[in-house]
Ligand binder design. Structure first.
Ligand code: SF4
Length: 317
């Protein structure tokens, strides 16, 4: 259900992306800023960067066609074993089995595999099992069927064994171990982080965004345009004020920072509290690293959802 909700939430963004960049040539030729702007809202921004780099290599070295050869596919930016197998089997009916979380769960239950499935040796053996089971033709249909089985029938909780088409072969079911297999994944302990950000606003409703301005931009702001921000510990306003002076110089010395309602944000294992501060100014700071734009027009630049949340804290006032 969570996944379906997530898919429903991101589909409009994918549609917008595909409508604007419908071919590999269009994607390869587009300015990176346009690609990232269209990707905004989908998260995992390195995927957008890799997708474009892969498109550029496909245009430059493969006559605009995704390569049919596994090694060549794996050499493309952002293309790992799973994606290569999925694309090659579905597009070209090539005999490569996919192994994702859904397929691994189905196989682990079919063969009653205990332990952490992501442990490298175990994951490798699951990949070999998937390859051995693969129907040679049509391989793409087979891969999609197994993924779908995991997504809709052999679900993580309460698998629907009574309607499962492979239940007669399932060892976990025979052993009454469907609730124990797969073993829960060892999750990285969550880390709490506080980020204070300054949202400048001039009398015309304009603000500033920076790029690569410092702490946590690579994680939280995905190396995209963002408000000046810094990770804080004890005194958010004072630490942010110091950061602004370091980043923007004396122009930030006399700023009054008005605290706004905090927002929560999660990036993988990081539980982030966003602490927005409004900085009303008569004139916005200037620098070559700064972009000035209306606060309600952030979509004109590639920004992460954390930046959108920060902007919303001002716009919803
Ligand atoms: S019988 Fe149940 S546990 Fe086994 S593969 Fe089917 S849905 Fe999964």
């Amino acid at each position: 259900m969570l996944q379906q909700t997530r898919i429903a939430a991101v589909l409009p963004y994918y549609d917008r992306f595909l409508a604007a960049l419908p071919t590999v040539h269009a994607l390869a030729a587009a300015p990176q800023e346009q690609v990232l702007s269209l990707w905004s809202g989908l998260g995992y921004y390195s995927r957008a960067r890799n997708l474009q780099r892969a498109a550029q290599e496909i245009v430059a070295n493969h006559k605009g066609k995704f390569p049919r050869d596994l090694e060549a596919a794996l050499a493309l930016p952002g293309i790992g074993r799973y994606t290569a197998a999925a694309v090659l089997s579905i597009a070209y009916d090539a005999p490569f089995a996919v192994l994702d979380g859904n397929v691994a769960r189905v196989l682990a239950r079919l063969f009653a595999v205990h332990g952490d499935l992501r442990e490298p040796a175990r994951w490798r053996r699951l990949g070999e099992a998937a390859q051995n089971l693969l129907a040679q033709s049509p391989a793409g249909d087979w891969n999609q069927a197994v993924m779908e089985l995991g997504e809709t029938v052999c679900t993580p909780q309460t698998p629907r064994c009574a309607t499962c088409p492979v239940s007669q072969f399932c060892r976990a079911r025979a052993l009454r171990l469907t609730n124990e297999i797969p073993a829960p994944r060892r999750k990285r302990a969550p880390v709490k982080i506080k980020i204070a950000a300054a949202i400048f606003r001039d009398p015309r409703g304009r603000t500033i965004l920076l790029r690569d301005p410092g702490a946590h931009d690579h994680v939280l702001f995905s190396r995209m345009w963002q408000f000046p921000a810094v990770e804080v510990r004890r005194d958010p306003a004072a630490e942010l004020a110091k950061h602004l002076q370091d980043e923007l110089g004396p122009v930030a010395a006399s700023l009054i920072l008005e605290p706004l309602r905090p927002a929560k944000h999660t990036v993988t294992f990081r539980n982030i509290t966003l602490l927005p501060y409004l900085a009303r100014v008569s004139r916005l700071p200037k620098s070559v690293r700064i972009r000035v734009l209306p606060l309600d027009r952030l979509h004109q630049l590639p920004v992460s959802s954390a930046t959108r949340k920060l902007a919303a804290s001002v716009l919803s006032q």
